[in-house]
Ligand binder design. Structure first.
Ligand SMILES: [Zn+2]
Ligand SMILES: [Zn+2]
Length: 243
C-alpha cells in the first residue's frame, strides 16, 4: 500500500512544470529566482548553480517526439523568415560558479564564446558573436520563437532577449539571470521605459537601485541593439562554467 501512495506522490511531483532547486541555507533569495537550476549552493565565496541548459519552453529544436517540440510560430529576431539550423537540443551538465560578492575588475576581460552567464530557466547566455569576431547577423534567422537556438553540441542558448522570460515567466523589467562575474542581468525596460545603449556603459550596464537590490548594484540590461547583453567584456571578475 505504501508503495502505491509513494508512486502517486511521485506522479504528482512530476506534474509540476517548475522544479524547485535544491538550495543551501546560505544562498541569498535573489539566486533562488533561477528556477531552472537543479541545485544552487554557496561556499560563501562562490554561488554554484547546476543546470541542464535545456529550455522549459517549446522550441522547434526539440525532437518531434518531445512534448516541448513545436513548429516555429511567431516572429524571428529581425523579422526575416525562420530558417532552422541543423542542430537539436541536448540536456547537458552545466556548473556555473559565480562570485557571491561581485567586484569590478578594471581589466574587463573579454567574454568568451560559449556560456557567459545563466538565465532564470537555466539556459546559458552567449555573447554577441556567432564565432571569433563574427557578427550574429547571419544566424539570427535561426532563433526560435523565444529567440534561442542550439549550437552543434546541442547547447541551447540566448544571445538576445529571452522572450519566454520577458513575456511569460517574468517581465520586460525583471531580473533575467546573472553573468559569470556575478552581476545581475535585467530586461529591456526600466521604470516603464525602454533601456537604450546610450543609457549604458561599454559593458552594457550601469549602477542603480533595482527591485532585487534596493541599495543599488551594477547590472547589465538586455535590449534589441547590438551587443544585446554585454559589450566590451565583463564588468567584474568572472567566475567559471563547466559542462
Ligand atoms: Zn548561437
Ligand atoms: Zn538598470
Amino acid at each position: 500500500m505504501f508503495n502505491v501512495y509513494l508512486f502517486i506522490l511521485l506522479l504528482a511531483a512530476c506534474k509540476s512544470n517548475d522544479v524547485t532547486p535544491v538550495t543551501s541555507a546560505n544562498v541569498a533569495d535573489v539566486y533562488k529566482k533561477i528556477y531552472g537550476a537543479s541545485s544552487i549552493t554557496s561556499d560563501g565565496t562562490f554561488i554554484t548553480i547546476k543546470t541542464t541548459g535545456a529550455p522549459d519552453h517549446k522550441s522547434a529544436y526539440y525532437a518531434t517526439s518531445n512534448s516541448l517540440y513545436e513548429n516555429f510560430t511567431g516572429t524571428t529576431f529581425g523579422g526575416s523568415t525562420f530558417r532552422k539550423n541543423p542542430n537539436s537540443i541536448s540536456s547537458l551538465n552545466y556548473t556555473f560558479k559565480i562570485p557571491a560578492n561581485p567586484k569590478v575588475d578594471n581589466a574587463h576581460a573579454a567574454t568568451p564564446l560559449g556560456p557567459i552567464g545563466v538565465s532564470l530557466n537555466g539556459v546559458p547566455f552567449f555573447n554577441q558573436y556567432a564565432g571569433p569576431s563574427q557578427p550574429l547577423s547571419g544566424e539570427v534567422v535561426s532563433f526560435d520563437q523565444y529567440w534561442g537556438h542550439p549550437a552543434q553540441g546541442g547547447d541551447y542558448h540566448y544571445h538576445v532577449e529571452p522572450l519566454y522570460l520577458t513575456n511569460v515567466k517574468a517581465s520586460k523589467s525583471a531580473l533575467l539571470g546573472f553573468l559569470l562575474d556575478g552581476f545581475p542581468v535585467y530586461g529591456p525596460e526600466e521604470n516603464g521605459a525602454a533601456v537604450t545603449n546610450a543609457m549604458l556603459d561599454a559593458y552594457h550596464g550601469h549602477t542603480s537601485a533595482t527591485a532585487d537590490y534596493p541599495s543599488g548594484i551594477y547590472h547589465y540590461h538586455i535590449n534589441a541593439t547590438d551587443p544585446y547583453i554585454n559589450g566590451s567584456g565583463f564588468y567584474g571578475t568572472a567566475g567559471t562554467v563547466s559542462r
